[in-house]
Design a protein around this ligand. Structure first.
Ligand code: ATP
Ligand code: MG
Length: 366
């Protein structure tokens, strides 16, 4: 899929601006704080309906404006389509695909993106939340139903946590605890099945990329890890649900005591090994960067297999963080799909890849 053209009005630091994109590589250049990431953020929103930097739509609207608008022409599933997002102060956003109203989850039927930003270089060493986010962002785009379950799960988790924190002051809250626990176990069981299947595919796709990247020296393996009470994450949702309920039952007192939900999909992680050793514990700086890149490029391959089209690859500021060899590896591997790369200076990237250079200055596109 290709984003051919985008027009922004009152979006972040863009007043009224539009640009065309090349079907291959697009290098978005400019000094700091000029609007490069803002432009990438707008493209990302075409696939998910939300930003990767904020939960609040109001932050996307230019200071002092009433609403922001993103309008894009995209080529996807063999036809030209239009995607329009409108964010208004104090109102839910409106999403139109080919002038038909859609939910945020449905956007992924038209546009898919894979984002890689400097934070992702820490995918291996950081806490489990970043790896859960990797799984969630990807699965939400290939399985729209997952986005709904995840949203329900997050609400249930928030509610149950509030009960566990406040029950001493408001004992009546305990009346609803079991309902929330049950809902959480049901939603967890579904998320766990999706994530286990995705992690397997990620492992299969990332291993050959990483092998290539390390000149055949390193074997990357990824294993999905969930709460120990779940005996088999590939089992039916029903069996997983029973496993979680049983754990919840046994730890009811401990949950009340610790004011924390002790079991559920919020505990999930990916165990990542390089040559049989835990990457989180033992990998060097260079190895963790290489492994993070392999994961992101693997995500792109999974989308291709799933939808028959490469997703739009968004590289925010990562190239400058990589040494020459890794840069070359990424640039060689991104052929075939559309890529938007932000950087402070072109650094010859456009010469290596062809494509288009877009200059951004003070919210204006040249
Ligand atoms: P860097 O190279 O440092 O990453 P960048 O070009 O990626 O810079 P952006 O993150 O795109 O910069 O942000 C550019 C500017 O947009 C910032 O100066 C910020 O103040 C401004 N900005 C962010 N949100 C809004 C908004 N809602 N209204 C107006 N301006 C905004
Ligand atoms: Mg930026």
């Amino acid at each position: 899929m290709i984003v051919r053209r985008i027009a922004l009005s009152c979006f972040r630091n863009y007043e009224f601006e539009s640009t065309e994109f090349d079907a291959g590589t697009n290098v978005i250049c400019g000094r700091n704080a000029q609007g490069k990431t803002n432009l990438l953020e707008a493209v990302y929103m075409l696939s998910t309906g939300r930003s990767f930097r904020t939960r609040f739509d109001r932050e996307l609207i230019s200071f002092g404006a009433d609403g922001a608008d993103i309008l894009a022409e995209v080529s996807s599933h063999g036809r030209e389509q239009s995607v329009n997002l409108r964010m208004s102060q104090g109102r839910p956003k409106r999403i139109l695909v080919n002038s038909v109203k859609k939910t945020a989850g449905e956007l992924s039927e038209t546009v898919n993106t894979v984002l890689f930003c400097p934070d992702d270089l820490n995918l291996i060493k950081e806490g489990a939340a970043v790896r859960r986010r990797l799984m969630d962002n990807a699965i939400c785009q290939i399985r729209p139903r997952y986005a709904e379950i995840l949203s329900d799960f997050n609400k249930l988790l928030e509610n149950k946590t509030r009960i566990l924190k406040d029950w001493r002051d408001k004992p009546a809250l305990l009346d609803t605890l079991d309902d929330f626990s049950d809902g959480l176990a049901r939603a967890s069981a579904q998320l766990i099945r999706y994530r286990a299947a995705f992690a397997l595919r990620l492992s299969e796709a990332a291993a050959p990329i990483h092998r290539d990247f390390s000149d055949g020296l390193e074997e990357l393996s990824i294993r999905y890890k969930t709460v120990s009470s779940v005996k088999d994450p590939f089992a039916s949702a029903r069996e997983i649900y029973y496993d979680i309920c049983e754990h919840q039952e046994r730890h009811r007192e401990a949950e009340l005591e610790s004011a924390q939900c002790l079991t559920g999909a919020h505990k999930d992680d990916l165990d990542i090994d390089i040559n049989g050793q835990s990457a989180r514990a033992f990998a060097s700086q260079g190895q963790t960067r290489t492994a993070a890149l392999s994961l992101k490029l693997a995500e792109r391959e999974i989308f291709l297999r799933e939808t028959g089209e490469y997703p739009v690859l968004l590289l925010d500021d990562v190239l400058s963080e990589l040494d020459g060899k890794r840069q070359a590896f990424v640039l060689n591997r991104i052929g075939g799909g559309q890529t938007l790369i932000t950087c402070c200076e072109d650094e010859g990237i456009s010469r290596k890849t062809g494509g288009r250079v877009i200059f951004v200055e003070g919210g204006r596109i040249r």
